[in-house]
Design a protein around this ligand. Structure first.
Ligand SMILES: Nc1ncnc2c1ncn2[C@@H]1O[C@H](COP(=O)(O)OP(=O)(O)OP(=O)(O)O)[C@@H](O)[C@H]1O
Ligand SMILES: [Mg+2]
Length: 204
């Protein structure tokens, strides 16, 4: 049986001059469901995800979480790995994850220990003290994933998360996302992944 609807996008429209980026984008995600968001380059996937976080304002339509408009406090309980990765290149990995965990409402100790746990899980336990820019591209990607996961988000939105990952990391990410969705009751909820490649798309 499907759980209650959590995330709901309803009739989103967005135009940039001549470009119609979203033309009535609608979907609803039941609790505990993992949703793969597929479409060719330029289809509007990132635009739709940005609308969830209020980073892009749709011309029409609505985004709701458990039936309500999404306020700032609720957004802090979401995890987002944006297409334009947004971490600080010169800052140490664990320090910046601790900082970002704080922005999501974790105290320093909780943020640090959660970040350390996730770094271990993703095979980066020995790089916690490295500056981000000293890591390989794929390992920087893993840090971005930790950043999206460390506060146990109620909604996890990953935009092209498989890009640049080696097969082992792809497998680990698949396991992690599946676990996150399965942990739905009582706190965690759907995970969304975006990809242009059917080969790496997953749904449950
Ligand atoms: N800020 C912007 N200004 C102008 N056009 C934009 C802007 N953001 C997106 N677009 C356009 O909207 C359309 C949808 O872009 P979007 O990035 O959402 O696609 P996507 O499905 O995520 O593509 P990709 O698979 O390449 O990541 C594209 O034609 C893009 O050029
Ligand atoms: Mg995109």
């Amino acid at each position: 049986m499907e759980g209650p609807i959590t995330l709901e996008l309803n009739g989103l429209h967005k135009r940039y001059d001549e470009t119609l980026a979203l033309d009535g984008c609608s979907f609803a995600v039941p609790q505990g469901r993992m949703l793969g968001f597929l479409g060719p380059n330029g289809a509007g996937k990132t635009t739709a995800m940005r609308c969830i976080f209020g980073l892009t304002r749709p011309d029409a339509g609505s985004v709701r979480w458990r039936g309500r408009a999404i306020e700032r406090a609720q957004k802090r309980r979401f995890g987002y790995m944006p297409e334009q990765r947004g971490l600080y290149p010169r800052m140490q990995v664990l320090d910046q994850l601790t900082y970002f965990g704080g922005l999501h409402g974790l105290d320093r100790h909780a943020a640090r220990s959660s970040a350390a746990r996730w770094l271990d899980r993703l095979g980066l336990g020995d790089r916690a003290q490295s500056r981000l820019e000293d890591l390989s591209h794929g390992n920087q990607q893993r840090v971005q994933l930790v950043n999206a996961l460390l506060h146990e988000p109620e909604l996890l939105v990953l935009d092209e998360p498989f890009t640049g990952l080696d097969p082992l990391a792809v497998q680990t990410l698949g396991e992690v996302v599946t676990e996150q969705a399965a942990a739905a009751p009582p706190s965690c909820s759907p995970a969304i992944t975006s990809t242009s490649s059917k080969a790496s798309a997953r749904t449950s």
